[in-house]
Design a protein. Sequence first.
Lengths: 180, 209
Amino acid sequence: MNNEFSWSAAREARLDRAIDRAVREMVQVDPPPGLRRRVLSRLNDSGNRRAHLLPRFAFAAAALVVVLLSATQLWYRSDAPMPPKPLDMAKMLVPVAIESPPAPIEFTVPDAPPRQITKERIRMPRVTNVFGNRHNGVSAATVDVGSREIVVPPLTIVPLSARPIVVTPLMIPSPSKGGQ
Amino acid sequence: MDQSTDCVTGTEPSAATDLDLVRLAQAGDVDAFGELVERNRRAVFRAALACVRSPAEADDVAQEAFVTAYRKLGTFRGDAQFRTWLLSITWRKAIDRRKSISRWLRLAATPSRSETGEDSFDQMERVATSNRSQEDTFVDEELQQNVTRLIGTLPRKLRDALLLAGTGEHTYEEIGHILGAPLGTVKWRVSEARRVLKKKLAALGYAYE
């Protein structure tokens, strides 16, 4: 039994030695001479290369920024309509001579009210009849205006963010003799 | 170069600690860093070799590790040992190299040693120079080749631990820091690697019970 045990131990020791030797041969290798010199020369090279590359990178970065800015400007100029200034819109209104000229519309930018956040519940007014009360009033078709022309002031619709839509003045000819 | 630098790097290079040299290198003293390279070159090279298993590639990795360490010296605060910090950088570089596609392509294009007949020649030469009986030597050489080949088939975690422990340069604590594993895990991996190797050798006919 002792012999078997010693044989087994000897075989295992042999395998252990083989493993140790194989590992040693694989990794217990000295670095090639001159590693310090190579490292220091790489440090110098990288420093010099960086010094040479810096102006090139700066120029390339500046060119890229210019191109990007130009593209952005072009994109926004063609895509997004700018809202007209209030002063320009006032100029677009054509004064029309009528008997009772309406009050000129002034476009002013109201001062934005200070934003307030409230937690109170705001009740909306209750709408019962959107058409109003029924009454026996006359319509525009029955109005006798005689021989005068009716001149309607130009209608200007100011959208929220687009250019104003201007509708040309509507000319309504005087009714004929036989008409009402 | 100032007087203190001369003192450290010129006349008494071994008197300064790694931390002293790091402080000098952080101040821009390249010679002090060169001294750090000299002190740690073997440990760095062998750690890289344990990972990539090619001396030429290990040399590349070692250079890259030192260059990276020099550039990152500003981030080294001295909480850990410089050597441990450097070995961590080395290991990361070696892992990157091991994973790189170009390396796989290069290995695939290079003929193996057995194809070139290099192994058989080396083996004959070693047999001829040995003092032991030729039969014993031949059996040992064959066993050695099988062990080397089987180490390559080990799972990476086991193989890395086994090879790092076999360098003779790193303590188990250092290996644990490099691999990011606790000390007990490192010891278990080394032991497990040996056990797996013996089991595979037994399957090949080398008696092991």
